[in-house]
Design a binder for this molecule. Structure first.
Ligand code: 13P
Length: 261
C-alpha cells in the first residue's frame, strides 16, 4: 500500500492574520510556477488560531490546494474553559488537522500523554485528524534510550483508540534536540525511530493499521535535507517549523519528490 506524503507547516506563534495573506499567496504562486501536483503531496498549513479564518477564506476564495490545521485543541466540548478552543469551533472553520502534544506544549504547558490522548480522541470524534507529536530530549538521546522513550509516548497517546482511528491519523516524530536548533537528525536517525513506531503500531494493533498510519519527521527540515529524509521507508512526511515561514523553502519541501535525494 502507498501512503500519501504529508507536509505540514507549523507556524507556531508567528505571522498575524494580515501577514498570513501574503505568505499563503506567495506559497501558492510559487507552487503553481513550479508545477506542483497536489495529488503527490498533502500540504497542510497550521497557523495560529487568530489566522484560521483568514487562511480559510483564501483557500476557499482562490480554490487553493491546501488543507487547514490548528496547533492545539481543547479536550473538552465547551463551557467554562477560558482561553480554550473546541473541536466544533475548528470544524466550523474547515479545519481538518490538529497538532496535539507538540513538545513545546509538553514542556511549557505541562501536557501529559493522558491529556494528549484525550485531545486526540476528541479530535477524532469530531472528524479532525490528529497529528500526535512524540520525541525525546537531548538527555534521553545521550542515554541511548530514545526509542523506548518515544514508544512509551506512542503507547500513552494512542491508548484506547481503535485500529480504524489509528490507521487514519498522523504520528510526528520530533526529537526535541533537533527543533529550531539547526541540528537535524540524520536520515538514519529519523528512520530508526519512525520504523520502530510503525512496528509498535503493528504490535499494538495489526499490520494493516501499521501500513496505513502516516509517520512524519520534524526538526530543522529544510529544502536541503528533505529529500534524503523522505527517502527513508518509514518517513511519510515532515512537520516543518521555521522553514514553513519561508514560501520558497516550504514550496520546495512540498515538492520534495522533484529534488535530488
Ligand atoms: P523547526 O523546523 O523550526 O526545527 O521546528 C520543528 C517543529 O517543531 C515543527 O512542529
Amino acid at each position: 500500500m502507498t501512503r500519501k506524503p504529508i507536509m505540514a507547516g507549523n507556524w507556531k506563534m508567528n505571522i498575524d492574520h494580515i501577514e498570513a495573506t501574503g505568505l499563503v499567496e506567495k506559497l501558492h504562486y510559487t507552487l503553481v510556477d513550479k508545477e506542483w501536483d497536489p495529488k503527490k503531496t498533502d500540504a497542510v498549513l497550521i497557523p495560529p488560531f487568530t489566522d484560521l479564518r483568514t487562511v480559510r477564506t483564501l483557500i476557499d476564495g482562490d480554490r487553493l490546494n491546501f488543507q487547514l490545521g490548528a496547533q492545539n485543541v481543547s479536550e473538552h466540548d465547551n463551557g467554562a474553559y477560558t482561553g480554550e478552543i473546541s473541536t466544533s469551533m475548528l470544524t466550523k472553520l474547515g479545519v481538518t488537522y490538529v497538532v496535539v502534544g507538540h513538545s513545546e506544549r509538553r514542556q511549557y504547558f505541562g501536557e501529559t500523554d493522558e491529556i494528549i490522548n484525550a485531545k486526540a480522541a476528541k479530535a477524532l470524534s469530531a472528524g479532525i485528524t490528529p497529528i500526535i507529536c512524540v520525541g525525546e530530549g537531548l538527555d534521553i538521546r545521550k542515554e541511548g534510550t530514545h526509542v523506548e522513550y518515544t514508544l512509551n509516548q506512542v503507547r500513552g497517546t494512542l491508548a484506547n483508540l481503535t485500529a480504524e482511528q489509528v490507521a487514519g491519523l498522523v504520528i510526528a516524530y520530533e526529537p526535541v534536540w533537533a527543533i529550531g536548533t539547526g541540528e537535524v537528525a540524520t536520515p538514519e536517525d529519523a528512520q530508526e525511530v519512525c520504523g520502530a513506531i510503525r512496528q509498535e503500531v503493528a504490535a499494538l494493533y495489526d499490520e494493516a493499521t501499521a501500513e496505513s498510519v502516516r509517520i512524519q519527521y520534524g526538526g530543522s527540515v529544510k529544502s536541503g535535507n528533505v529529500a534524503q529524509i523522505m527517502a527513508q521507508p518509514d518517513v511519510d512526511g515532515c512537520l516543518v517549523g521555521g522553514a514553513s515561514l519561508q514560501p520558497d523553502e516550504f514550496a520546495a519541501i512540498v515538492r520534495f519528490y522533484q529534488l535530488p535525494a
